[in-house]
Design a protein around this ligand. Structure first.
Ligand SMILES: Cc1cc2nc3c(=O)[nH]c(=O)nc-3n(C[C@H](O)[C@H](O)[C@H](O)COP(=O)(O)OP(=O)(O)OC[C@H]3O[C@@H](n4cnc5c(N)ncnc54)[C@H](O)[C@@H]3O)c2cc1C
Length: 404
C-alpha cells in the first residue's frame, strides 16, 4: 500500500490538454530526492531552474531513508539540516543479531546517521524552492537533440526546450537513454516496509537493529522516540507479500515477540512492498557516458545502487550540490546566472565545461559506492564460503564498515 502523497506548495501543473511550446534555461526531469535537491542547490546559488515531475503529487512513498554524514553535509549546505534534525533521532549503533547462531554484536556509529521520513525530506526541500519551479503531472516521454541542449516532449505533444537538461528521473531514466546509457539492471528482492508508532515511547533506544533469522531478515530503525521504521525480507513469493503473510512467516520462525508486534501494529497506510531493486553495475558507472553537450544525469539515473549500503539518497544529494556548484562557477565566469537575468549570458560552452567537471568529480566516488553496494548484494546472495570470503575481502579493501 502506498503512503499518502503530498502536493508541493510551490508546484504548478502540466497543461495536459493543450499543445504548448516553451523554452527554459535549466530543466530538471524528475522531482525525487535528487531533482528537488538540484533545483534547491541551484536556487541557493541564485540560478533558476524548472523541475518536471510525472506524478500528480510529490512521491513520498517508500517510508524512510537513512541519511549518512555525507548526506547531512549536503543538507547543511542546502540550509535545511537543522529543520530536518528536529524530525529524526541520531542512530548511535548497529545492533546485529544472528538468531540461529545466538550471536549478536553492537557496532557504534561514529558519524551522523539518521533515518528520515521521505515525506519530511521532500516536503522540506519543496517548501524552500521558489513558487512555480516544480511542475507536476509532466511526463517526459521523448528527448531529441537541439543546439544548445535538448527538446523534451510530453504525451500531449507539448514541447519544452532546455538549454541545460539534467536527468534526475531515477533508475529508468529517459535522459539516461538519450545519453546512450545501457538500461539499469534489476534484481528480484521482496520486502515489506513501513512505520510503527509507539504512543508511549519505544524501548529500542537509538540502535539500528539488523536481525537475521533462518528465513527472514529484519531491519528496524528508530526515527523518533515514538516512531520506528522497519523492513522485513522473507522468502514469500512477491505476489503474496502482505502484512498477514509476513506475520505468518515470522511467527513460524520463532521471531522475537517485539518484532511480530511491531509488524502487527504498523501503520497500514505506510506499508509498502518492494519486489524489485534497480542498480547499475559498477563497471557501467565507471565507463558510461554521462554527458552529451549540456545534457547530463544525476542520482539514480546515473548510479542506481539499490538499498544494500543505504547510500543512494546521500549520493544523489552530493551529485546535486557538486553539479550546482559547477554550473554556478560557469555562470559566474560567463557573467550571467542570476535568477533575474537571462541564461543567454551563461555561455553554453561554459555550461558544457561545468558538466564535464561535475562528471569528473563524481565518477570515481559513485563508481566506488556502486561497487560497494554491488559486492554487498552479491555477498548476501552467495552460497559458498569461498565466495563469501572473497566478497568480504573486497568489502574490507573498500573499507566498508557494516559487513553483513
Ligand atoms: C528499498 C530501498 C531502500 C533504500 N534505502 C535507502 C537508504 O536507507 N538510504 C539511501 O541513501 N538510499 C536508499 N535507497 C536508495 C534511494 O531511495 C535512491 O537512491 C534515491 O531515492 C534516488 O533519488 P532520485 O531522485 O535519483 O530518484 P527517484 O527517487 O527514483 O526519483 C525520480 C523521480 O523522477 C520521476 N520521473 C521518472 N521518470 C520521469 C519522466 N520521464 N518524466 C518526469 N518525471 C519522471 C519519478 O516520478 C520520480 O519522482 C533505497 C532504495 C530502495 C529501493
Amino acid at each position: 500500500m502506498r503512503h499518502p502523497l503530498i502536493r508541493a506548495p510551490a508546484a504548478t501543473y502540466c497543461n495536459q490538454g493543450d499543445y504548448m511550446e516553451e523554452s527554459h534555461d535549466i530543466v530538471i526531469v524528475g522531482g525525487g530526492i535528487c531533482g528537488l535537491a538540484t533545483t534547491l542547490a541551484l536556487h541557493r546559488k541564485g540560478i533558476a531552474s524548472l523541475v518536471l515531475e510525472k506524478s500528480e503529487t510529490l512521491r513520498v512513498d517508500g517510508g524512510s531513508i537513512g541519511v549518512h554524514v555525507n548526506g547531512w553535509r549536503v543538507l547543511e549546505q542546502l540550509g535545511i539540516a537543522a529543520e530536518l534534525r528536529e524530525t529524526a533521532n541520531l542512530v548511535t549503533a548497529f545492533h546485529d543479531v544472528w538468531q540461529e547462531e545466538e550471536k549478536s554484536t553492537l557496532t557504534p556509529v561514529r558519524k551522523e546517521l539518521r533515518w528520515l521520513k521521505r515525506k519530511d525530506l521532500l516536503e522540506t526541500m519543496a517548501k524552500n524552492i521558489p513558487v512555480g519551479a516544480i511542475r507536476l503531472g509532466c511526463h517526459i516521454t521523448a528527448i531529441h537533440p537541439s543546439d544548445p541542449g535538448a527538446v523534451l516532449t510530453t504525451p500531449g505533444g507539448s514541447i519544452i526546450r532546455a538549454k541545460v537538461l539534467i536527468g534526475c528521473d531515477g533508475s529508468n531514466s529517459v535522459v539516461a537513454k538519450y545519453l546512450g546509457m545501457s538500461p539499469a539492471k534489476s534484481a528480484t528482492r521482496t520486502f515489506l516496509r513501513g512505520f510503527t508508532r509507539y504512543p508511549h515511547g519505544h524501548p529500542f533506544g537509538d540502535h539500528f537493529l539488523r536481525l537475521r533469522g533462518k528465513r527472514f531478515f529484519v531491519g528496524r530503525s528508530p526515527i523518533t522516540d515514538t516512531l520506528v521504521s522497519f523492513f522485513v525480507a522473507c522468502h514469500i513469493p512477491s505476489t503474496g507479500v502482505t502484512r498477514h503473510s509476513v506475520l505468518q512467516t515470522l511467527q513460524g520462525q520463532q521471531c522475537p515477540a517485539e518484532i511480530v508486534e511491531m509488524v502487527q501494529n504498523s501503520d497500514s497506510e505506510s506499508l509498502n512492498v518492494i519486489t524489485r531493486v534497480w542498480y547499475r553495475p559498477p563497471w557501467q558507472v565507471a565507463f558510461a557516458s554521462f554527458q552529451k553537450g549540456t545534457v547530463t544525469v544525476a542520482g539514480d539515473a546515473m548510479h542506481a545502487m539499490g538499498s544494500y549500503i543505504g547510500q543512494g539518497g546521500s549520493a544523489a544529494l552530493e551529485d546535486a550540490l557538486v553539479l550546482a556548484r559547477s554550473l554556478a562557477r560557469a555562470a559566474a565566469g560567463s557573467g550571467g546566472g542570476r535568477a533575474d537575468e537571462p541564461c543567454e549570458k551563461m555561455m553554453i560552452g561554459a555550461a558544457t565545461t561545468a558538466i564535464g567537471e561535475y562528471i569528473r568529480e563524481r565518477r570515481l566516488r559513485v563508481a566506488r559506492l556502486s561497487l560497494e553496494a554491488f559486492v554487498m548484494g552479491e555477498l548476501l546472495r552467495a552460497k559458498s564460503l569461498a565466495t563469501k570470503l572473497a566478497f568480504l575481502a573486497i568489502l574490507a579493501l573498500l573499507g566498508t564498515k557494516a559487513l553483513s
